[in-house]
Design a protein around this ligand. Structure first.
Ligand code: MG
Length: 404
């Protein structure tokens, strides 16, 4: 494998190439200076949904402080990592960047709690439906919900970017996509093939990014201590190596160095292990790679370490009583808004109020909200109780059922 620091690395034949793209759903003349994946990335950056990511929760609510990750900074970190992985592998950096920047566009306010609440609401009113899936919603954002062009809905992105955005998809949604677009982005969930190698990179880059930044945010919030982190054998090992080299390193510098080295270790291992797989399988085209088993994977040892870190975060951060208490408030806000708009659609802007079926219109409206807009709407419709409950949790109270 060529060294990533010396000049341009040629694309592998299995890399997605904009010249061989399956193209856009609506044909457009080529741009004079940009290839189709650059153009996709630029459309995503200029979209309204992208700007909203700055006020959407990753793990910590937007209200908890200015230095925590939001969906926007998370997406930027995923894009950085995905490019850093794609380049030495000879895969398409720009496509990775476009997919990574768009991968969370369909996330509801209040992180996973918001998503679960919206899913439960939708299933209550339509028990035979597919419920709410944030990856499917991300695709809806770029295919339908963004309204910026006179000639079409959505951003009219290339197949390869849309394929990468649709990371998971239930069979129910996949079949609906297949009807609307035969042989399109839903097909692989029916045929059980893989997405492009660039899409596979973004999926792993997402995991690497959130594990690393959730450690940082976890310690910053005071919910996790350095001492606890050292219970994870791989983090202890990295910490001890830093200590051996920098005996005075402490506090945040020590934490950053542990995170930095852990990130580097994961990225280097992923690149090495994936390059070995690709060198052995030698897929000749992007479609060949789609028919192979997953190629972008860690080696065995680092895969185990990544699992250990994720298990630690699940136990000590995501299930921390304060995180649970804040996300319970988020869940309630989403639930209340959904039912309020289904019962009184005219509380929504006209373009949403007139749409049928109504639950789907409500889902699109609520999913698009930022955390703070959702809270403001809740206060408008239900009074200040929930905001007070949230303030109570953020001031140190936990496990309190949010007031009605
Ligand atoms: Mg993500």
């Amino acid at each position: 494998m060529p060294s990533p620091v010396h000049g341009a690395i040629p694309l592998r034949p299995c890399a997605c190439d904009p010249v061989g793209s399956r193209g856009r759903r609506i044909r457009e003349p080529p741009a004079p200076w940009r290839d189709d994946y650059q153009r996709d990335r630029d459309r995503i950056v200029h979209s309204t949904a992208f700007r909203r990511l700055v006020y959407k929760t990753q793990v910590f609510l937007n209200h908890e402080g200015d230095l925590f990750r939001t969906r926007l900074t998370h997406s930027l970190e995923v894009a950085q990592l995905a490019r850093a992985i794609a380049r030495p592998l000879g895969l398409n950096e720009t496509l990775c960047e476009a997919i990574a920047l768009a991968h969370d566009l369909g996330h509801t306010p209040f992180g996973h709690a918001g998503q679960e609440a919206l899913d439960a609401c939708l299933r209550e009113v339509d028990s035979h439906g597919a419920g709410f899936e944030h990856n499917f919603q991300s695709l809806r954002v770029v295919d339908v919900l963004e309204q910026r062009y006179p000639a079409f809905d959505g951003l009219n992105l290339t197949f390869e970017t849309r394929e990468g955005i649709l990371k998971h998809c239930s069979l129910h949604h996949a079949r609906a996509l297949e009807v609307a677009e035969p042989g399109g982005v839903g097909r692989r969930f029916i045929e059980r093939t893989r997405p492009s190698l660039e899409a596979q990179i973004c999926n792993v880059a997402d995991e690497i990014a959130y594990s690393a930044h959730d450690i940082d945010d976890g310690v910053r919030s005071g919910l996790v201590t350095m001492q606890q982190l050292l219970e994870v054998p791989t983090l202890r090992e990295v910490h001890d190596a830093v200590r051996a080299e920098h005996s005075a390193a402490n506090g945040r510098r020590m934490l950053f160095e542990v995170i930095r080295r852990t990130l580097s270790k994961q990225v280097h291992d992923l690149v090495d292990a994936s390059a070995r797989r690709l060198d052995a399988a030698v897929p000749a085209t992007p479609d060949d790679a789609r028919r192979l088993p997953p190629m972008i994977l860690f080696g065995e040892d680092v895969a185990r370490e990544v699992r250990e870190i994720k298990a630690f975060l699940r136990l000590n951060l995501y299930r921390h009583p304060r995180v649970v208490a804040t996300t319970d408030v988020g869940r309630k806000v989403i639930r209340d808004l959904f039912h309020a708009y289904v019962d009184r659609p005219n509380e929504m802007p006209q373009e949403h109020a007139v749409r049928e079926p109504r639950p789907a219109a409500v889902v699109d409206y609520v999913a698009g909200m930022t955390d703070r807009f959702a809270l403001r709407e809740h206060e408008r419709l239900h009074g200040p109780g929930v905001t007070a409950a949230l303030r109570h949790v953020l001031d140190g109270g936990t496990g309190v059922a949010p007031a009605d």
